[in-house]
Design a protein around this ligand. Structure first.
Ligand SMILES: [Zn+2]
Length: 392
């Protein structure tokens, strides 16, 4: 029996609005709080939680950036001659994604999504390392560096395995009393929400399954640790997409050309532009100002969101649609999906949630990067208390 188990369980996209009407985990984690998310997708929310820092500090923000000099994708360019009927197929993209990930030795999450092969040599991918490993951030340390530096044995999810396999691996680590810290990351709810939306009866059903899994983990933990510090949380929420806009066609119709006059990445809720001449900057800006479903984010606002990059690495103009609007087609997908995240953090469905069995959540924990503080504090406490008593 060990004194303390810090147990951190992240349920991707389990936002505050999704939990508001749901008694999920009320018995095991009754203290709950709404947290601000981070502007961007999971590609930035998860690293922000794991490092306790903001996008501008850790530089894990959006996946694709215009960077032809450093593009690792040049070898894929000949694929542009394949018919779109093949190259836009999800199954082909998935196969190729696996192949490329191995070839390029990427360690993090990787997906080619819907980036056209015609332009793929212009882009670099920004998550080459895994933020779920030590030295996995683009800049600075994360919780796994802290745990390694302090010799704290830990469990972390293996994202190449299923949710169930990770659940069982965590239970095995608890039963062997090998660990003094656990970070479990379940991603299934995010995929389900994207597919069926936040009002589907499949959502409470999935939450009930997670509830049972948490109960099973706790049951094992109670036999091996006297105190369990349980934190269940999300990285962001999820909004239904009821309006689709074809931004790409509008920009393509302008008398300026991609690659020659400007470059763009169409994320599903954002369009990020780099300009090579003033005409392109003016025409694109003017056109975007006429799109009522979104707006260009001013620098001051990006600054407040900790996502203003002085070197414009992620784009010099960021256009963001309002909640519920989906840019489609985009470089993330050819076809619409039911729900999406990555809207403004102050939009209603963006907020994340934090649930715990501890009596209170400290006042300095108001946004998802602050979850890091809880992890570091609890890990340090477990290290101190779980150390074997010195022999006399
Ligand atoms: Zn997602």
């Amino acid at each position: 029996m060990k004194p303390i188990l810090p147990l951190f369980i992240m349920i991707d996209a389990c936002g505050w609005e999704i939990l508001r009407q749901n008694p999920f985990a009320e018995a095991s984690a009754p203290t709950r709080k709404r947290l601000d998310s981070v502007f961007g997708y999971s590609s930035t929310c998860v690293p922000s939680i794991l490092s306790g820092r903001w996008p501008v500090e850790h530089r894990n923000w959006c996946y694709f950036v215009y960077d032809p000099k450093n593009s690792p994708f040049r070898s894929l360019r000949p694929l542009r001659w394949l018919p779109a009927a093949v190259t836009s197929r999800r199954i082909f993209r998935r196969w190729l994604t696996k192949f490329v990930r191995v070839q390029l030795k990427f360690r993090g999450y990787f997906d080619l999504y819907n980036i056209p092969f015609r332009y793929i040599h212009l882009f670099d991918f920004t998550e080459k390392k895994s933020p779920l490993q030590p030295q996995g951030m683009n800049r600075g340390p994360n919780i796994f560096d802290f745990l390694t530096d302090h010799d704290i044995p830990y469990f972390v999810t293996d994202t190449t395995r299923s949710e169930e396999a990770n659940r069982d691996a965590l239970i095995a680590d608890i039963e062997s009393e090998r660990i003094d810290f656990a970070f479990q990351y379940w991603a299934g709810l995010d995929g389900l929400l994207h597919r069926v939306g936040n009002q589907s009866p499949e959502i409470p059903a999935k939450l009930q399954v997670y509830q049972q899994w948490i109960d099973r983990v706790l049951e094992a933990a109670r036999k091996h640790y006297s105190e369990i510090h349980l934190y269940v949380f999300s990285d962001h929420g999820m909004a239904n997409c009821d309006l689709h806009i074809d931004l790409k066609s509008r920009i393509d119709a302008l008398p300026v050309r991609m690659e020659h006059d400007y470059a763009v990445v169409y994320d599903s809720t954002m369009a990020r532009f780099w300009f090579f001449n003033d005409q392109a900057r003016q025409l694109v800006t003017h056109e975007l100002q006429r799109v009522p479903e979104g707006r260009i984010l001013p620098d001051e606002e990006l600054e407040r969101l900790h996502a203003r990059f002085d070197d414009h690495y992620f784009g010099e103009l960021i256009f963001l649609v309002r909640e519920g609007v989906l840019i489609v087609p985009s470089h993330m997908g050819e076809r619409p999906i039911r729900a999406m995240h990555g809207y403004h953090p102050n939009d209603p469905q963006s907020y994340a949630s934090l649930l715990t069995n501890q009596p209170a959540i400290p006042d300095d924990v108001t946004a998802i990067p602050h979850i890091y503080r809880l992890m570091e504090r609890t890990a340090a406490l477990a290290r101190e208390r779980n150390a074997p008593a010195p022999r006399g």
